[in-house]
Design a protein around this ligand. Structure first.
Ligand code: E4P
Length: 220
Protein backbone atom coordinates (compact mmCIF):
# COMPACT_ATOMS: atom_id res chain seq x y z
CA UNK A 1 0.00 0.00 0.00
CA UNK A 2 1.31 3.43 -0.92
CA UNK A 3 1.37 6.03 1.86
CA UNK A 4 0.40 9.64 1.13
CA UNK A 5 0.35 12.74 3.29
CA UNK A 6 -2.89 14.72 3.41
CA UNK A 7 -1.54 18.23 3.85
CA UNK A 8 -0.37 21.32 1.98
CA UNK A 9 2.26 22.17 4.61
CA UNK A 10 5.63 21.90 2.87
CA UNK A 11 7.56 21.53 6.14
CA UNK A 12 5.47 18.52 7.14
CA UNK A 13 5.95 17.06 3.65
CA UNK A 14 9.73 17.59 3.69
CA UNK A 15 10.06 15.95 7.11
CA UNK A 16 8.11 12.80 6.22
CA UNK A 17 9.68 12.65 2.77
CA UNK A 18 13.10 12.24 4.41
CA UNK A 19 11.88 8.92 5.89
CA UNK A 20 11.83 7.43 2.39
CA UNK A 21 8.26 6.12 2.67
CA UNK A 22 6.24 8.93 1.12
CA UNK A 23 4.66 8.05 -2.24
CA UNK A 24 2.43 11.08 -2.72
CA UNK A 25 0.41 13.94 -1.29
CA UNK A 26 -3.28 14.80 -1.34
CA UNK A 27 -4.43 18.38 -0.97
CA UNK A 28 -7.88 19.91 -0.87
CA UNK A 29 -9.08 23.53 -0.94
CA UNK A 30 -9.32 23.70 2.87
CA UNK A 31 -5.75 22.44 3.32
CA UNK A 32 -4.37 24.86 0.71
CA UNK A 33 -6.36 27.76 2.21
CA UNK A 34 -4.80 26.97 5.60
CA UNK A 35 -1.37 27.84 4.19
CA UNK A 36 -2.53 31.40 3.43
CA UNK A 37 -0.34 31.66 0.33
CA UNK A 38 -0.74 31.70 -3.44
CA UNK A 39 -2.15 28.21 -4.21
CA UNK A 40 -0.02 27.79 -7.34
CA UNK A 41 3.11 28.48 -5.30
CA UNK A 42 2.03 25.97 -2.64
CA UNK A 43 1.30 23.29 -5.24
CA UNK A 44 4.53 23.93 -7.18
CA UNK A 45 6.66 23.40 -4.08
CA UNK A 46 4.88 20.14 -3.29
CA UNK A 47 5.05 18.90 -6.90
CA UNK A 48 8.80 19.52 -6.88
CA UNK A 49 9.47 18.09 -3.43
CA UNK A 50 7.77 14.71 -3.80
CA UNK A 51 8.49 12.19 -6.52
CA UNK A 52 4.96 10.76 -6.55
CA UNK A 53 1.29 11.53 -7.15
CA UNK A 54 0.17 14.95 -5.97
CA UNK A 55 -3.59 15.52 -5.96
CA UNK A 56 -4.68 19.10 -6.77
CA UNK A 57 -8.38 19.76 -6.40
CA UNK A 58 -10.64 21.67 -8.77
CA UNK A 59 -12.95 24.31 -7.29
CA UNK A 60 -15.28 25.03 -10.23
CA UNK A 61 -18.77 23.53 -10.01
CA UNK A 62 -19.83 23.34 -13.68
CA UNK A 63 -18.33 20.81 -16.06
CA UNK A 64 -16.81 23.17 -18.66
CA UNK A 65 -14.94 25.47 -16.27
CA UNK A 66 -14.00 22.46 -14.12
CA UNK A 67 -12.48 20.79 -17.18
CA UNK A 68 -10.47 23.94 -18.04
CA UNK A 69 -9.31 24.20 -14.45
CA UNK A 70 -8.38 20.51 -14.42
CA UNK A 71 -6.35 20.88 -17.63
CA UNK A 72 -4.48 23.80 -16.09
CA UNK A 73 -3.76 21.90 -12.87
CA UNK A 74 -2.59 18.81 -14.78
CA UNK A 75 -0.24 21.03 -16.79
CA UNK A 76 1.62 22.14 -13.67
CA UNK A 77 3.75 18.96 -13.53
CA UNK A 78 3.74 15.36 -14.78
CA UNK A 79 3.06 14.06 -11.25
CA UNK A 80 -0.11 16.14 -10.84
CA UNK A 81 -3.35 14.20 -10.34
CA UNK A 82 -6.57 16.18 -10.75
CA UNK A 83 -9.20 15.85 -8.04
CA UNK A 84 -12.83 16.25 -9.03
CA UNK A 85 -15.81 15.98 -6.68
CA UNK A 86 -18.32 13.12 -6.79
CA UNK A 87 -21.01 15.14 -8.58
CA UNK A 88 -22.51 14.78 -12.07
CA UNK A 89 -20.26 17.64 -13.25
CA UNK A 90 -17.28 16.00 -11.55
CA UNK A 91 -17.96 12.71 -13.31
CA UNK A 92 -18.36 14.41 -16.68
CA UNK A 93 -15.16 16.37 -16.14
CA UNK A 94 -13.27 13.32 -14.90
CA UNK A 95 -14.26 11.36 -17.97
CA UNK A 96 -13.10 14.16 -20.28
CA UNK A 97 -9.82 14.66 -18.43
CA UNK A 98 -9.19 10.91 -18.50
CA UNK A 99 -9.75 10.87 -22.26
CA UNK A 100 -6.97 13.49 -22.46
CA UNK A 101 -4.65 11.12 -20.61
CA UNK A 102 -4.91 13.04 -17.32
CA UNK A 103 -5.04 11.05 -14.10
CA UNK A 104 -8.16 11.79 -12.08
CA UNK A 105 -8.92 11.34 -8.37
CA UNK A 106 -12.66 11.33 -7.61
CA UNK A 107 -13.05 12.79 -4.14
CA UNK A 108 -15.76 13.14 -1.48
CA UNK A 109 -16.85 9.54 -1.97
CA UNK A 110 -18.88 7.95 0.82
CA UNK A 111 -20.65 4.92 -0.68
CA UNK A 112 -19.86 1.90 -2.88
CA UNK A 113 -22.45 3.25 -5.35
CA UNK A 114 -20.43 6.43 -5.78
CA UNK A 115 -17.21 4.41 -6.05
CA UNK A 116 -18.84 2.33 -8.81
CA UNK A 117 -19.40 5.51 -10.83
CA UNK A 118 -15.80 6.66 -10.30
CA UNK A 119 -14.53 3.32 -11.63
CA UNK A 120 -16.87 3.47 -14.60
CA UNK A 121 -15.42 6.80 -15.79
CA UNK A 122 -11.99 5.18 -15.61
CA UNK A 123 -10.71 7.32 -12.74
CA UNK A 124 -7.10 6.77 -11.70
CA UNK A 125 -8.24 6.67 -8.08
CA UNK A 126 -11.27 7.03 -5.85
CA UNK A 127 -11.17 8.63 -2.40
CA UNK A 128 -13.61 7.22 0.15
CA UNK A 129 -13.61 9.44 3.29
CA UNK A 130 -13.65 7.03 6.24
CA UNK A 131 -13.28 9.42 9.14
CA UNK A 132 -16.09 11.71 8.03
CA UNK A 133 -18.43 8.70 7.95
CA UNK A 134 -17.31 7.68 11.45
CA UNK A 135 -17.91 11.29 12.55
CA UNK A 136 -21.62 10.93 11.78
CA UNK A 137 -21.87 7.51 13.49
CA UNK A 138 -21.71 5.59 10.20
CA UNK A 139 -19.15 2.84 9.47
CA UNK A 140 -16.34 4.21 7.32
CA UNK A 141 -14.41 0.95 7.34
CA UNK A 142 -17.46 -0.98 6.15
CA UNK A 143 -17.81 1.41 3.22
CA UNK A 144 -14.14 0.86 2.36
CA UNK A 145 -14.51 -2.93 2.65
CA UNK A 146 -17.51 -2.90 0.31
CA UNK A 147 -15.68 -0.71 -2.22
CA UNK A 148 -12.62 -3.00 -2.19
CA UNK A 149 -14.84 -6.08 -2.66
CA UNK A 150 -16.84 -4.44 -5.41
CA UNK A 151 -13.72 -3.44 -7.30
CA UNK A 152 -12.21 -6.91 -6.91
CA UNK A 153 -15.45 -8.59 -8.05
CA UNK A 154 -15.62 -6.40 -11.13
CA UNK A 155 -11.89 -6.28 -11.88
CA UNK A 156 -11.78 -2.47 -11.78
CA UNK A 157 -8.27 -1.03 -11.97
CA UNK A 158 -9.16 2.30 -10.30
CA UNK A 159 -6.95 2.65 -7.22
CA UNK A 160 -8.74 2.79 -3.88
CA UNK A 161 -7.31 5.71 -1.92
CA UNK A 162 -8.47 5.48 1.69
CA UNK A 163 -8.88 9.07 2.89
CA UNK A 164 -9.97 11.00 5.96
CA UNK A 165 -7.99 8.60 8.16
CA UNK A 166 -7.91 9.63 11.80
CA UNK A 167 -5.54 7.20 13.52
CA UNK A 168 -2.93 4.48 12.82
CA UNK A 169 -5.40 1.59 13.00
CA UNK A 170 -7.45 3.20 10.22
CA UNK A 171 -4.29 2.94 8.09
CA UNK A 172 -3.55 -0.66 9.05
CA UNK A 173 -7.15 -1.79 8.53
CA UNK A 174 -7.29 -0.02 5.17
CA UNK A 175 -4.18 -1.98 4.19
CA UNK A 176 -5.70 -5.27 5.34
CA UNK A 177 -8.80 -4.59 3.26
CA UNK A 178 -6.63 -4.10 0.19
CA UNK A 179 -6.72 -0.31 -0.26
CA UNK A 180 -4.04 0.68 -2.77
CA UNK A 181 -3.22 3.98 -1.09
CA UNK A 182 -3.76 5.51 2.35
CA UNK A 183 -3.60 9.27 2.81
CA UNK A 184 -3.33 10.73 6.28
CA UNK A 185 -2.50 13.93 8.13
CA UNK A 186 0.99 14.54 9.53
CA UNK A 187 0.02 13.59 13.10
CA UNK A 188 -1.30 10.18 12.01
CA UNK A 189 1.83 9.59 9.90
CA UNK A 190 4.11 10.31 12.86
CA UNK A 191 2.05 8.00 15.10
CA UNK A 192 2.74 5.10 12.71
CA UNK A 193 6.38 5.00 13.77
CA UNK A 194 5.80 5.16 17.51
CA UNK A 195 5.65 2.40 20.12
CA UNK A 196 6.54 2.73 23.83
CA UNK A 197 8.44 -0.60 23.75
CA UNK A 198 10.62 0.79 20.95
CA UNK A 199 11.50 3.79 23.14
CA UNK A 200 12.09 1.65 26.25
CA UNK A 201 14.14 -0.87 24.26
CA UNK A 202 16.30 1.78 22.69
CA UNK A 203 16.87 3.50 26.02
CA UNK A 204 18.05 0.20 27.57
CA UNK A 205 20.32 -0.66 24.62
CA UNK A 206 21.96 2.75 24.79
CA UNK A 207 22.32 2.66 28.57
CA UNK A 208 24.12 -0.71 28.32
CA UNK A 209 26.27 0.63 25.48
CA UNK A 210 27.24 3.68 27.53
CA UNK A 211 28.26 1.42 30.43
CA UNK A 212 30.52 -0.60 28.16
CA UNK A 213 31.98 2.51 26.57
CA UNK A 214 32.61 4.15 29.94
CA UNK A 215 34.21 0.97 31.32
CA UNK A 216 31.96 0.52 34.36
CA UNK A 217 30.38 -2.81 33.39
CA UNK A 218 29.90 -5.20 36.30
CA UNK A 219 31.67 -8.51 35.50
CA UNK A 220 30.29 -11.53 37.43
C1 E4P B 1 -8.42 13.46 0.97
O1 E4P B 1 -8.07 13.62 -0.14
C2 E4P B 1 -8.97 14.53 1.82
O2 E4P B 1 -8.19 15.68 1.65
C3 E4P B 1 -8.92 14.20 3.29
O3 E4P B 1 -8.52 12.88 3.54
C4 E4P B 1 -10.06 14.68 4.08
O4 E4P B 1 -9.84 14.35 5.41
P1 E4P B 1 -10.59 15.05 6.63
O5 E4P B 1 -11.92 14.41 6.76
O6 E4P B 1 -9.71 14.74 7.80
O7 E4P B 1 -10.65 16.52 6.33
Amino acid sequence: MRLFLDTADIDEIREINRWGVLSGVTTNPSLVAKEGQDPDQVWKEILTEVDGDISLETTELEADPMYEEGKRLAGMAPNAVVKVPMTPAGLETGKRLGADGIRVNVTLVFTPAQALLAAEIGAYCVSPFLGRLDDIAADGMKALRDICELYAAQGYVTNVLAASLRHPMHVVEAGLLGADIATMPYDVFTKLVKHPLTDIGLEKFLADWRKLRDGDTQQP
